[in-house]
Design a protein around this ligand. Structure first.
Ligand SMILES: [Zn+2]
Length: 370
């Protein structure tokens, strides 16, 4: 029996452009960014001066005319050139939908060189030939294919990460169902431990983060000691960026391993629905964790789909203030042990929360507090 669904999967590989190719890649980024900013300017002006809104269609239709005047734009593959307009359109759509929902929304902003790091071939113009990535209008760039690509490549995105270049392929493929284990687990996320499992296991990510934080503080001090505008300062700033990138990579790696493990070992994984709207508030370390959890939940989501496992998101209300027997056990954050007067359960509060989350997912006794 093969009930595998079609899923989307993303691959990331390092590419090694020559000096000349790096120049071309950078020029492509610059032209795409210029187009993005110009298109944003046009939309802003039209709105300010005439209360008129300009569509993606309008802007894409102008491209041939613009290319006649600005011949340098012809050095970019035509579909690549359309993408910044599309991503601007997406930025506007999500801006308007946030406004509509009454949420805080920032108007789409102009992008500086630092904030514009990728361009995309949305369907064609790229090819893999042996150890090379062939890009239309750019050339053959050496690529390190560190794993096999399974499925059909749909899009190809070139991205600069500080001083290195990568390619991201989005691939359409059949899911790969994993053998059933007959086991279920609940997950509680917290500040003390990254996740606590309902079987009592607590998983922490602080070890590598602490090491990196130390390096980061050192590098930041170096920046502040250097004179503004000096070569030494630019070098120190680059070092800070590299450490940030390293932390991002380590975190992603940690989350990939953990999510793969959970999907392999359990048929059903219960998590709390994250409160995205509450995310922007709160203390700084919590903000970072909010992003980390939502990335982690996304990984669980697509891996569960591919492996034909279940990810159940439950209502988060009161999961830390109730016992698995259904009794309300109120406790503020300083109280780490849950002690239920009714059934006598005495256990680490996060483990109890993870159990409550699992029970809710299984649709059992523990009621939702509102
Ligand atoms: Zn109880």
């Amino acid at each position: 029996m093969n009930t595998a669904k079609t899923i989307k999967k993303s691959y990331k590989f390092r590419i090694y452009p020559t000096k000349a190719q790096t120049k071309t890649l950078e020029m492509t980024l610059d032209l795409c960014r210029e187009l993005y900013n110009a298109a944003l300017q046009e939309r802003r002006d039209a709105w300010k001066l005439e209360r008129k809104s300009i569509s993606l269609y309008d802007q894409q239709n102008q491209l041939p005319k613009i290319k006649k005047i600005r011949e340098d734009l012809n050095s970019v593959y035509s579909q690549v050139l359309r993408e910044p307009l599309r991503s601007l359109d997406n930025a506007f759509s999500s801006f308007f939908s946030r406004v509509k929902k009454g949420e805080k929304a920032g108007f789409p902003r102009f992008k500086s060189q630092n904030r514009f790091n990728s361009f995309c071939y949305p369907q064609s113009g790229f090819d893999l030939v042996e150890n090379n990535l062939k890009l239309s209008k750019i050339g053959k760039i050496k690529i390190k294919l560190s794993r096999n690509i399974v499925g059909k490549i749909k899009t190809c995105t070139i991205k600069r990460e500080i001083d290195k270049w990568f390619v991201f392929f989005v691939v359409e493929t059949k899911g790969e169902p994993l053998p059933k284990t007959g086991k279920e687990i609940g997950l509680d996320v917290g500040l003390e431990n990254f996740v606590t499992l309902s079987d009592g296991m607590q998983i922490n990510n602080s070890r590598y983060l602490e090491t990196a934080q130390k390096q980061l503080r050192k590098a930041q001090r170096r920046v502040s000691r250097r004179k503004k505008g000096s070569h030494g300062r630019r070098k120190a700033v680059l070092q800070v960026k590299k450490i940030h990138q390293k932390i991002r990579n380590q975190r992603a790696d940690f989350q990939h391993k953990l999510s793969t493990n959970l999907i392999k070992n359990y048929d059903l994984i219960a998590i709390e629905k994250l409160n995205i709207r509450g995310m922007s508030k709160g203390i700084f370390s919590k903000q970072i964790n909010d992003v980390a959890w939502s990335n982690f939940f996304n990984m669980l989501r697509y891996k569960a789909e591919s492996a034909d496992k279940k990810l159940v998101e439950v209502n988060p209300n009161g999961t830390s203030q109730i016992c698995i027997c259904g009794e309300r056990v109120e406790k503020d954050l300083s109280i780490r042990v849950h002690h239920c007067q009714k059934c006598g359960l005495k256990e680490n509060r996060d483990i109890v929360s993870a159990k409550v989350i699992l029970e809710r997912a299984l649709g059992q006794s523990v009621k939702t507090q509102t």
